[in-house]
Design a protein around this ligand. Structure first.
Ligand SMILES: Cc1ncc(COP(=O)(O)O)c(C=O)c1O
Length: 445
């Protein structure tokens, strides 16, 4: 069981942070709900809910019309593009909106595939979510392109970089890789992978869906060609976002309807978008920027009054300072998540017959996020998730579409993993409740 020496000092004022998320105060069977299901989608702060309902109440219209609500809608979409550009460190015309990451990736894989031919190669990885695998494989089948697979080190579920490097050659046209694994939490060395891809003249397509709630993304520094993420994983609405280098968005030919513009980024967007959710995207980026106030190193912040938090929000309108606030916001949440990772791993290690898949060495915690795939002998992941769910603790079971990984590790046939996913709004108490519940379920109390 946990000892007092293992206690972790909170580094974020969670009472005021959590009070911004209405859903976090729910109860299940008399237990406070513990949302340890962030990798499947995070909760949203009130400002996102307000932005969405305000749009529907006052500005609901299609784009490009010669009247007020349509003009407001055009302006609102432009604002959301600027917000994502700040989040990813790109320009606004390099930001494409879509229903989700999977749809955007299918669309882009088709457009890229138009230029590929037999003899060309693409590289995917065993660690990735299938949304960054199947779109490429189906495109390759259609175009007669060869698919190569980068394998993993089974013992810690990290990419085998030697294997990956050996499979990139002068025929490689594209390397598709995840920034972080949504199953086991591994953070991949994407900068190095982009470098290897470019050295061979290949494009680098990065799936940052799982990384975005945990770490700062800088597409300019990464120099990646494309990067995709989903706003519902970082405190926003159910939408997907694609960054593409301007030169690529201009050069590749999208599948599109004739009346749609040929100008980027709109030429990559199909039909009418989800305007109310796009409004919520600006709000969720501003929420992350608002975490900047908690970023001073080593300081345990007193709980600020909510009015103070509101006051700071209105100051994050300027785009330049929003990027630096986003950087500081991630620094603050990272520190808190790191403390939760330490507490969780050390607690899980004390549960009999439990196996953690992924990095467990504290010296390497910078290479993982707070997403843990576990199995406990004699208990299926579904049984564990159900028993935890009855106690108000929300986790996930199965493969979460990281199907190639669960098959490779031979856990697919027996229910995959139990996944515990932590983000910055989770508390030490929630981690402790999870650990106590697991002890109780395995009969170790
Ligand atoms: C790592 C990763 N990539 C891609 C996806 C697919 O994202 P979307 O649901 O936006 O298509 C997910 C969803 O869980 C994911 O975790």
């Amino acid at each position: 069981m946990l000892t007092s020496e293992q206690s972790v000092r909170p580094t974020l004022p969670l009472t005021s942070i959590r009070s911004q998320f209405p859903s976090l105060s729910q109860t299940v069977n008399g237990h406070p709900a513990a949302f340890l299901d962030g990798p499947g989608g995070t909760q949203v702060p009130q400002r996102v809910i307000d932005a969405i309902s305000d749009y529907l109440r006052r500005n609901n219209a299609n784009t490009g019309g010669a009247y007020a609500t349509s003009r407001h809608t055009d302006a609102m979409i432009a604002e959301a593009r600027a917000a994502i550009a700040d989040l990813l460190h790109s320009d606004a015309d390099e930001v494409v909106f879509g229903p989700n990451m999977t749809s955007l990736t299918f669309a882009m894989s088709r457009a890229i595939g138009r230029e590929l031919k037999p003899g060309d190669e693409i590289l995917v990885t065993r660690l990735d979510h299938d949304a960054n695998v199947s779109p490429w494989i189906t495109m390759a089948e259609d175009r007669g392109v060869t698919v190569r697979w980068a394998e993993i080190h089974d013992e810690d579920c990290t990419l085998d970089m030697a294997d990956l490097a050996s499979k990139i050659n002068k025929s490689t046209r594209l390397v598709a890789v995840g920034y972080a694994s949504n199953a086991v939490g591994t953070i991949n060395p994407v900068q190095e992978i982009v470098r290897l891809a470019h050295a061979a003249g290949a494009l680098a397509y990065i799936d940052a869906v799982h990384y975005a709630p945990h770490g700062l993304i800088d597409v300019a520094a990464l120099d990646c060609d494309f990067l995709v993420c989903s706003t519902y994983k970082f405190f926003g609405p159910h939408m997907g976002v694609l960054y593409g280098k301007r030169e690529h968005l201009k050069r590749f030919r999208p599948y599109k309807v004739r009346p749609n513009t040929n100008a980027i980024p709109n030429c990559w967007e199909w039909g009418t978008l989800n305007h109310e959710c796009i409004t919520g995207i600006t709000a969720c980026v501003d929420y992350i920027a608002g975490l900047a106030q908690f970023s001073q190193d080593q300081v345990v912040h007193p709980e600020p009054a909510l009015s103070e938090v509101e006051g700071r929000r209105s100051k994050t309108g300027n785009s330049r300072s929003r990027r630096s606030d986003i950087e500081a916001g991630y620094a603050a949440s990272h520190k808190h998540e790191r403390a939760l990772i330490e507490r969780t791993i050390s607690g899980l290690n004390n549960i009999p017959r439990l196996k953690i898949y992924g990095i467990t060495d504290p010296a390497r915690f910078d290479e993982r996020c707070g997403t843990f795939a576990v199995r406990i002998e004699n208990h299926t992941p579904l049984e564990l998730a159900t028993k935890l769910g009855e106690r108000g603790i929300f986790t996930w079971d199965g493969n979460y579409y990281a199907l190639n990984l669960t098959e490779h590790l031979d856990v697919e046939k027996t229910g995959g993993f139990l996944r515990i996913g932590l983000v910055h709004y989770n508390t030490v108490e929630e981690v402790d409740r999870l650990l106590s519940a697991l002890h109780e379920i395995v009969g170790n109390v």
